[in-house]
Each structure stands twice: as structure tokens, then as C-alpha cells.
Write a protein that binds this ligand. Structure first.
Ligand SMILES: [Zn+2]
Length: 399
């Protein structure tokens, strides 16, 4: 797919002057070719032995005379006049196909522009390199990845822009690996635990930062309210929070990309579960911070691939439900990482058990939403948080 990204440029005075000259050259070449086209076309109508005009012939014609007749054209990239005439050719093709009016002359100051082919510039980060000019600063980096095709530099009011056309690698429409359903339990020590038994470790830097965070917040609580020292620690804490959030965001992107590439149905907890848990555990609140972002990323990436995300509602007892026998425990303190079900004697890893429950819940929800397992359309609609009744159906499938 061809995509264009228009980015504001910050040329210096010399570069801006050069842009204006290149755009002027492009306009001149366009208008010269348009006048020639009409003249040659009229002559061809009069005498069919004379050739009809073509943009390729006009480009050769201009090349043959520009050195002697328009030597100033050589001061700017050869792309400026050449691409302008190619654009005129396209304008005539549109005209002959009844898609557009007869081309008109370009006017100075109206959408001044010139175009570069991909061998005449290169992009690196927030800079673009243009022949005769060197590096020009861009306000942002190119958004698309893929093969760069061309760049058009244009002026709107007194601002210069570059519109870069990219042939993008189209995202696959479906999860590529079709590993079925998965449940995801977001954690703190491990970023996430999957129902497959995989543990996605958090970023390494994370653990260290959490330690610092704990120490800082302890020190904050000891500082006098309204004191200078307290304000200092508070600012430090805010910066640390931001850094941890950054690191987390990065690893969340990796996780959500991986999940949507592999699975068709992804079960997660509802955001409210976390919001409703009132706890004093700092590390827990860090996990909560990322949860909203995790769900947002997962949902848009899943939509792109046609996968379904199922958020279990806040009444779904993902942690308290034994994934082996289906009995719900009364109490499940957060500190309990490993527990044994009194009913069936199975020993569970707390996170893995929750992830398995979320996976089953997601499957039963999508099946009921699609009207039966046999519907086989292969396309699952994203499902909104299931009603509280889903708890029953989850148990039923386990019974
Ligand atoms: Zn059990």
C-alpha cells in the first residue's frame, strides 16, 4: 500500500531559498511542457505525420535545450523539471480518461512544489538529505516503514513541508501463528504469565527501579509536609515514575505484538478489577498503571489482525477459581504465590492458574458470542466485557 507522510521542515535561509528556486524551476518546466504539448498537439491535428506529444518526448526535448536556453535550471536537482513534466503527463492521462479537466498553468505562489525520486534523497531519523543542500531538519521522523518511493517538497503559506511516499509492508490480516486461545495475567515481578505456562519477564531495569521507588516513597513519608525536602523527593519520585512507565510501555508493546501475532482469542482481566482492589502495595500500583495501556494496545492490534480480546468482568474470580476442579476459594491473599486447592489437592502457581481461567473464560465467551462452536466463520468479533453470568458458563465448561 502506498502511504504518504507529510512532515514540516525547518530549513535554514539558504535551504529555503533553494527550495523556492527548485519549486520555481519545476513550475517553469511544467508550464513550458504544457505550452509545448498544446502546440505540438495542434500541429499533429493539422498534419497527422507530425508526432503527437508525449511526456517522455518532452522531457528529452527539454534536456536537449536546457543547457543553452535555461542554464539556471542546472543549479537545482534535475528531478525538479523532470518530475514536473512527468506530473504533467499524469495530468493529461487523467484528462483523456475523463477524470480531470485539461491541465492549467501553474502559478507562482500557488502550491509551490517540486518532487524528488528516491535516488535523490535519503532520510535518517528526523533529517532528510537533499542534493545541493545537505541535511534539512524534519519536525518528526517518518512514520511508515517500507520502501521509500519519492518525496515532494511544498510550501503552504511560508512553511515548507515534505511529503514522503512509502510502499508499506501491509500488516497481515490474521494472527499468523494460530495458536488458538490464551489467557494473560499481568504481573509485577514477571510482566505477564500466559496460560501456556510461559512467563514473560519484565524489563531487567525494572526490578532495580522498583527498589529505588520503594526506598524513595518510604523516605517521602518520613518528610515533613510542606517542607522543601519533601518537595524535592516528590519531584524525584515523579521522574522515577515516568521512567518506569517508559520502560514498561516499551515491553508492553513487545508483549501485545507477540500476543496478537500468535493467538486468535486473548483473555484478560477487566480494568476495573485492578481499580477496585484497594491495596497499599506500591508494586501493584505500578502494574495498574500499565494495565490500561496494555488493554488499549491489545485491542487495536487485535483489531488489525482480526483477533478477539475478551475482558472478564470484575466478578470473574480468575485468581480464586481452581483451574483443575472449578471450586472457588473464599480467600486468596495477594501474598500467596503458590497454593493448594483443598478440594482436589492440586498445587497452583497463582498467576498461571489465573491465566488458564482467563483463557477458558475467553473461549466460552467468544463461542457463545459467535452462536456455537461450529459457526466456523474464522472471524471472531471483539467481545465486550462479559456479563457476570459468564462466571457460571466458565464453571460449566470445567465441570
Ligand atoms: Zn481444585
Amino acid at each position: 500500500m502506498l502511504m504518504a507522510h507529510k512532515i514540516a521542515l525547518d530549513p535554514n535561509n539558504k535551504q529555503a531559498t533553494h527550495f523556492a528556486r527548485a519549486a520555481g524551476t519545476a513550475r517553469f518546466a511544467y508550464n513550458w511542457a504544457l505550452a509545448e504539448w498544446d502546440r505540438q498537439y495542434a500541429a499533429h491535428r493539422e498534419d497527422p505525420f507530425l508526432p503527437a506529444p508525449t511526456e517522455a518526448a518532452l522531457r528529452r526535448q527539454l534536456n536537449a535545450i536546457k543547457r543553452t536556453e535555461f542554464p539556471w535550471m542546472l543549479e537545482v536537482t534535475k528531478n525538479a523539471p523532470q518530475m514536473a513534466i512527468m506530473q504533467l503527463g499524469q495530468a493529461f492521462r487523467n484528462f483523456f480518461a475523463d477524470r480531470a479537466k485539461h491541465p492549467t498553468f501553474r502559478r507562482r505562489g500557488v502550491h509551490d512544489r517540486f518532487t524528488l525520486t528516491n535516488d535523490q534523497f535519503r532520510v535518517a531519523g528526523r533529517r532528510i538529505h537533499i542534493p545541493h543542500l545537505g541535511w534539512v531538519r524534519m519536525r518528526e521522523a517518518l512514520r511508515f516503514s517500507g520502501a521509500i518511493m519519492s518525496a515532494t517538497i511544498s510550501r503552504t503559506a511560508d512553511r515548507w513541508f515534505v511529503s514522503i511516499t512509502v510502499e508499506t509492508d501491509d500488516p497481515p490480516r490474521r494472527p499468523v501463528e494460530h495458536e488458538g486461545a490464551v489467557g494473560v495475567d499481568l504481573g509485577v515481578l514477571a510482566l505477564a504469565t500466559l496460560s501456556t505456562g510461559e512467563r514473560v519477564p519484565g524489563p531487567k531495569a525494572h526490578k532495580q527501579q522498583l527498589g529505588r521507588l520503594r526506598r524513595l516513597s518510604r523516605s517521602l513519608s518520613r518528610k515533613q509536609k510542606g517542607s522543601k525536602n519533601r518537595a524535592k523527593v516528590k519531584a524525584k519520585l515523579a521522574r522515577l515514575h515516568a521512567r518506569i512507565a517508559d520502560i514498561r510501555l516499551d515491553s508492553l508493546h513487545q508483549l501485545t505484538s507477540d500476543l496478537t501475532r500468535r493467538f486468535d482469542v486473548i483473555g484478560i482481566e477487566d480494568l476495573n478489577v485492578r481499580g477496585m482492589v484497594r491495596n497499599r502495595h506500591l508494586s501493584r500500583s505500578i502494574a495498574d498503571m500499565g494495565f490500561h495501556e496494555f488493554r488499549r494496545q491489545l485491542e487495536y492490534k487485535a483489531e488489525r489482525r482480526g483477533a478477539a480480546v475478551v475482558a472478564a468482568d470484575r466478578f470473574f474470580p480468575s485468581s480464586k477459581l481452581c483451574s483443575a476442579c472449578g471450586v472457588i476459594q473464599d480467600e486468596m491473599p495477594l501474598s500467596l504465590r503458590i497454593w493448594t486447592c483443598p478440594a482436589c489437592n492440586t498445587t497452583h502457581d497463582r498467576d498461571l492458574n489465573a491465566a488458564i481461567n482467563l483463557a477458558r473464560h475467553a473461549v466460552s465467551s467468544t463461542v457463545s458470542a459467535c452462536g456455537g462452536e461450529g459457526s466456523g466463520s474464522g472471524h471472531l468479533a471483539p467481545v465486550k466485557p462479559a456479563p457476570a453470568k459468564q462466571e457460571v458458563s466458565a464453571k460449566a465448561t470445567l465441570a
